[in-house]
Design a protein around this ligand. Structure first.
Ligand code: NAP
Ligand code: GCO
Length: 265
C-alpha cells in the first residue's frame, strides 16, 4: 500500500468553529498532513484568537467570521473561500453547542437553538460545498457527531436529538452523493477534555474530583478522558484517500465506552 493515501497534500480543508478545541486539533493534524486550512468562528475576537494560535503552530490558516446557522452568510463565505483560497475539498462540521437543561425546564427556543447549530448548520454547510465537490469529482465531509448520537442522558435532550439527527444526515449525504465520489462520515468523540466539557470536570469545593468525572472514567475502558489529540489520526484517515471506500460510517473515538456495560459495583 502507498502510504501517500493518508496525505492531504494539495487539499483545502474548511473546519467550522475551529478557533480552539476539537476543531483546532483536527485542523492542526490536517495541516501536518499537507492541507491548506480554512476555519470560521462566530466572531472576530475568536477568529483572531484562532489565527494567533495557528500562527504559533506555524500554520498559515485562513480565518473568517461566520455564523454557520445563517445560510446566506455560509453561501457567501463559501464563494469568498473559493475566490481567495480555492475550492473546498474537505468540510468538517465541527461547530457546536450544548445546553445542559432538564427537558421540562428547557424552553422551545433553547431547544431550537441547539438543533440550529448542531444539526441545521451541518446541513447548511454541506449543502454549500457539495455542488463544487461534484464538479471537482471528489469531496470529503466529516460531521462531528457524539456518543449522544447513540445514547441519551439527563439534561441533554436537545443535544442528543441533534447529534442523533446528525448521524442520519451523515448517512443520507452518503446515500445521495456517494455516486459523485463524495464520502460523508462522522466522528463520534467520547468524553473529551475541552472547554465544552470543563463544567463536568471541575474540582469540587472539597478538592475532590467532579462526580461526573469519576463516573466517566469508571465507564471508560481506557479509564481516562479523551484529548483532542486522540481525534487527529481518525480525522486525517476520514479526510484522506485512505478512506475512499468508507462512507456513511460513524467512527467512535471514545476509549471503548460505547462497548462497555460498566464494572460491577
Ligand atoms: P467547543 O470547545 O465549545 O468549541 C465549539 C466551537 O464552535 C467554538 O469555537 C464555538 O464558538 C463554535 N461555534 C458555536 N456556535 C457557532 C456558530 N453558530 N457558528 C460558528 N461557530 C460556532 O466544543 P468542542 O468540545 O471543541 O466540540 C467541538 C464539536 O465536537 C462540537 O460539535 C461538539 O458537540 C462535539 N463533541 C464534543 C465532545 C467533547 O467531549 N468535547 C464530544 C463529542 C462531540 P463559541 O466559543 O462562541 O461557542
Ligand atoms: C455531556 C457531554 C457530552 C460530550 C460528548 C460525548 O454533557 O454529556 O457534553 O455530550 O460533549 O458529546 O460524546
Amino acid at each position: 500500500m502507498d502510504m501517500k493515501a493518508f496525505s492531504l497534500e494539495g487539499k483545502i480543508a474548511w473546519i467550522t468553529g475551529a478557533s480552539y478545541g476539537i476543531g483546532f486539533a483536527i485542523a492542526e493534524a490536517f495541516s501536518a498532513a499537507g492541507a491548506t486550512i480554512v476555519f470560521n468562528d462566530i466572531n472576530q475576537e475568536l477568529v483572531d484568537k484562532g489565527l494567533t494560535a495557528y500562527a504559533e503552530k506555524g500554520i498559515g490558516a485562513h480565518g473568517y467570521v461566520c455564523d454557520v446557522t445563517d445560510e446566506e452568510a455560509v453561501q457567501a463565505l463559501v464563494k469568498k473561500i473559493e475566490a481567495e483560497v480555492g475550492v473546498i475539498d474537505i468540510l468538517v462540521n465541527n461547530a457546536g453547542i450544548i445546553r445542559r437543561i432538564p427537558m421540562t425546564e428547557m424552553s422551545a427556543a433553547e431547544f431550537r437553538k441547539v438543533i440550529d447549530v448542531d444539526l441545521n448548520a451541518p446541513f447548511i454547510c454541506a449543502k454549500a460545498v457539495i455542488p463544487a465537490m461534484i464538479e471537482k469529482g471528489h469531496g470529503k465531509i466529516i460531521n462531528i457527531c457524539s456518543m449522544m448520537s447513540e445514547l441519551g442522558r439527563e439534561t441533554v435532550s436537545a443535544y442528543a436529538a441533534a447529534k442523533g439527527g446528525l448521524k442520519m444526515l451523515t448517512r443520507n449525504i452518503c446515500s445521495e452523493y456517494g455516486g459523485h465520489n463524495i464520502q460523508c462520515n462522522g466522528i463520534g468523540p467520547g468524553y473529551i477534555a475541552t472547554p465544552q466539557t470543563a463544567p463536568l470536570r471541575e474540582r469540587q469545593p472539597d478538592g475532590s474530583r467532579h462526580p461526573f468525572d469519576q463516573f466517566i472514567v469508571a465507564k471508560t475502558p481506557a479509564a481516562r478522558w479523551g484529548t483532542t489529540d486522540d481525534l487527529q489520526g481518525p480525522a486525517v484517515f476520514l479526510a484522506s484517500d485512505a478512506s475512499n471506500f468508507v462512507n456513511g460510517h460513524i467512527l467512535y473515538v471514545d476509549g471503548g465506552i460505547l462497548a462497555y456495560i460498566g464494572k460491577q459495583p
